[in-house]
Write a protein that binds this ligand. Structure first.
Ligand code: UDX
Length: 438
């Protein structure tokens, strides 16, 4: 018989995992402490924007395989395998992760767990967390087992990444835990997806190592962008040329405003903090530089904007295209584009922000900013346009129609995503990052 599953925490990770596991045929209960979220999900509404997730959610609620609750006892009585998918945000005033949701959810679940339950962590955590959870559960629930199963999904591709991952990684301490996870992931393993079994600390580290590598790759190309700016070179041609070497590869080499979101920035900081606690801080000193290069791109863009506006933001109207940290997401956490918008507004500019999906979230974080849902009216009377997130809607903007809206046709392409010749031909002064002569 199929194991029955619970998913604790229904954010981007948990809601997607719950819906996708139901899609694979399992009986799943999702738990969240927010009654509002549970009410929305129960109605089949995804509380955030993630392409394709609403259909999977609605289908599996309708067929009865998926339901939601706020009650830990109900989750524990339904399931034998419990996935912990709660958030591990950056702790207030610190570099390390705030682990209260992970330990809190396990603590609330523990009194209700059946004797043979398996608790599977999916959240991104400091190495050593799985061991700590196992140690605590051993006192209250001696026969309950723990496993660690990091998640690599990308926002915007979450459903596909969950149903068809590159690899499955599990940290276990027993054959039994491994076998149960093999049962849970059988439909995916049967498609030929590699199933990698390892110990707790290695499984935990795989996730932060992967995210650190990706962040480093982006900051590498953005460091090259800085040099290209100084040398009069073109970073997009440089990236294309080095990317043909299969050892380097051409993915994650898009220079621009750099990385943001709820994962890469906080994960590299938490990783450095944890390495420091373990006495291995020197090993990760380079990540400090990765972080700095990344943040410098935002400051550089603000400087470039000021320069293009003849040295002052006062009484200048700027349209920022993009509030979410990347396209196909409404997530504005640590969004480079929104950060730049706020910095220019604080420096005295009249900033209007447009985004196809992220404005509600942006307004929640920065209620004082001005938002406009319609791109053409957002462009009206602008002295400068800054493209900060490469939504398809912006890539497909007609430069002639856009030029007719603005006061002065000047644009910074913060994602190197527009065709400079087309925009120049339509009368725009076009500037990009890492391509001074593009
Ligand atoms: C990331 C990891 O990719 C994923 O495996 C992990 O599970 C969670 O963190 P995500 O945060 O959804 O996923 O976004 P991702 O697609 O990785 O992009 C991160 C940021 O890097 C975005 O702000 C994006 O705009 C930026 N980026 C990406 C670049 O600036 N250049 C690139 O070449 C690629």
């Amino acid at each position: 018989m199929n194991p029955r599953l619970s998913v604790i925490g229904t954010g981007y990770l948990g809601a997607t995992h719950a819906a996708c596991m139901a899609e694979l045929g399992f009986e799943v209960i999702g738990l969240d402490i927010s009654p509002a979220k549970v009410e929305l999900l129960t109605k089949g509404t995804v509380p955030f924007y993630e392409p394709g997730l609403d259909e999977v959610l609605a289908r599996n609620i309708a067929n009865g395989r998926l339901r939601f609750t706020t009650d830990f006892a109900e989750a524990a009585s339904h399931a034998d395998v419990h996935f912990i998918c709660v958030g591990t945000p950056q702790a207030a005033g610190a570099q390390k992760a705030d682990m209260s949701q992970v330990f809190g959810s396990v603590e609330q679940l523990a009194p209700h767990l059946s004797a043979d339950a398996l608790v599977v962590g999916k959240s991104t955590v400091p190495v050593g967390t799985a061991d700590e959870i196992a140690r605590r559960l051993a006192i209250t629930n001696p026969s309950v087992e723990v496993a660690w199963n990091p998640e690599f999904l990308r926002e915007g591709f979450a459903v596909n990444d969950t149903l068809h991952p590159d690899r499955l990684v599990v940290g276990v301490r027993s054959d039994r835990a491994e076998q149960r996870l093999r049962e849970v992931y059988a439909p995916i393993i049967n498609e030929g997806v590699p199933f990698l079994v390892m110990d707790f600390p290695t499984a935990e580290l795989v996730k932060v190592a992967a995210n650190s590598f990706l962040a480093t790759k982006i900051s590498f190309i953005n460091a090259m962008a800085e040099v290209c700016e100084a040398a009069g070179a073109d970073v997009t041609r440089l990236a294309e040329a080095i990317g043909y070497d299969p050892r380097i590869g051409n993915r994650f080499l898009a220079a621009g405003l750099g990385f943001g979101g709820g994962c890469l920035p906080k994960d590299i900081r938490a990783f450095m903090a944890r390495a420091g606690e373990l006495g291995a801080d020197e090993a990760l000193l380079f990540l400090r530089e990765v972080d700095q290069i990344n943040l410098r791109r935002r400051a550089h863009t603000v400087d470039l904007a000021r320069k293009m506006l003849d040295g002052s933001f006062i009484d200048k109207r700027i349209t920022v295209l993009g509030a979410s940290f990347k396209p196909d997401s409404d997530d504005v956490r640590d969004s480079p584009s929104l950060d730049v918008a706020v910095a220019m507004s604080n420096a005295g500019a009249d900033v209007v922000v447009h985004d196809p999906k992220g404005l509600e979230n942006a307004a929640r974080v920065y209620p004082h900013m001005v938002y406009n849902q319609d791109v053409m009216s957002a462009l009206q009377d602008a002295d400068l346009v800054v493209l900060g997130t490469e939504w398809r809607e912006y890539r497909e903007l007609d430069p002639v129609a856009a030029a007719a809206q603005v006061r002065v046709a000047r644009i910074i392409d913060g994602r190197n995503t527009l065709d400079p010749q087309m925009w120049r031909a339509a009368g725009w002064t076009y500037r990009a990052l890492g391509r001074p002569h593009a």
